[in-house]
Design a binder for this molecule. Sequence first.
Ligand code: ATP
Ligand code: MG
Length: 207
Amino acid sequence: MKKGEVIGIVGESGSGKSTLMNLILGFYPVDQNQLLINQKPLTADRVATWQKSLGYVSQDVFMMDTTIKENVAFGQELEQIDADLVWECLEKASLAKLVGSFKHGIDAIVGERGGLLSGGQKQRIGIARSLYSGAQVLLFDEATSALDTETEREITESIQRLREDNFTMIMIAHRVTSLKFCDRIIELADGRIKGEHTYESLIQQTI
Ligand SMILES: Nc1ncnc2c1ncn2[C@@H]1O[C@H](COP(=O)(O)OP(=O)(O)OP(=O)(O)O)[C@@H](O)[C@H]1O
Ligand SMILES: [Mg+2]
């Protein structure tokens, strides 16, 4: 992968998509072959530094029943939160307009389990959170279920925006339409790369 590239991962259930992502995230030790980051193997002593540059956005972003800003600056003391940076991250995650429309802005309370926000908006809070923590590589693992068309559209839109900002992204998707903005799409089968596609070629295949 090159910096700024957007890679999609597809394949049947059990083909190894999440396993590959977990390897990239440094959750599993690599015992055979090597994972190269900027041409250097990801060895145990490099994992922590590598992980600092990663942002993992799951389909179920954990939300605290506090303000938007505390959910973006996750784990940071209230008085240490950089409000300008929160807004900047919300902007990049395509949430600034929505949050700007709230009476209390970034001080608005998210509500129990993120009740104020839709599924897609919660995922975008997850993106903003990753950006706030300094992530340069974003990873998405899309759930097979529970992804309505509206949420999918919202996420795909933010990905397009992030792509313009040159973020490197890796995304697992079950719907081909989620992969519209990928430079390359890797197909996995039985834990191996079966093929590489473009969005156009894949959409042709599916039709
Ligand atoms: N920790 C583990 N130990 C052993 N085998 C595992 C482990 N995790 C996953 N597997 C197996 O590895 C294979 C790939 O699983 P993986 O979760 O990567 O699939 P996936 O492509 O993400 O599937 P899905 O689309 O259902 O999320 C499966 O056969 C799974 O049972
Ligand atoms: Mg999976």
